[in-house]
Design a protein around this ligand. Sequence first.
Ligand code: FMN
Length: 203
Amino acid sequence: MRQFNIDTIKSWERFYRANFINCLTGFKPVSLIGTISPQCVPNLSVVSSIVHLGADPALIGYINRPIAAAPDTIQNIEQTKSYTINHIAAHFLPQAHQCSAKYAPEINEFEAVGLTPLYESDILAPFVKESVVRYQMELVEICPIQYNQTFFVIGALQSVFIDESIIGADGFINLEAAGSILSLGLDGYAAAKMITRLPYAKP
Ligand SMILES: Cc1cc2nc3c(=O)[nH]c(=O)nc-3n(C[C@H](O)[C@H](O)[C@H](O)COP(=O)(O)O)c2cc1C
């Protein structure tokens, strides 16, 4: 096995280095964040940095890239406080991936990529109709990370739309059955295959 130290990694060509670093943390959940601007333009963004922050209260966070690189989602969230998170499945993966393109803020990304917006009553932000696991979030806090100009966006779960048949008797969600996929790096996608479930570990 070969060791690459950080000086070697820094010397690599930009895209090679980015691919390498982006893959290193492993397979990640990948979803579309749905928002709407105050001018009523719906927006979608591919996000793979989604992380569970706590179950009670139910908090979920994600990392937003620097504003210059990814301005629309974070600004819509800041202004409206409302956003949706929609799992991606293989049958609409090309359209979902296309949402990572940097569209101008006045472009309706649902129309641009060919996905269907779904508005639920009393929820401002649009859902993605093609997604079968989708949930509504409300902004709690945006934490700027000064070191690399990114943002940790924290939201409180408000409601979940999901087929009851994939929820187990103990609340475990069968995301393999839902067809929710994983991402690797910035352009790799994989199917999830459960290995097992294990009992709660005790010393
Ligand atoms: C697989 C994949 C994962 C991504 N994950 C993130 C992420 O976690 N955070 C982020 O800010 N951008 C991420 N992006 C990039 C955004 O999708 C992209 O910058 C998008 O244009 C942002 O749009 P916005 O201006 O509407 O926010 C990812 C892109 C891909 C293809």
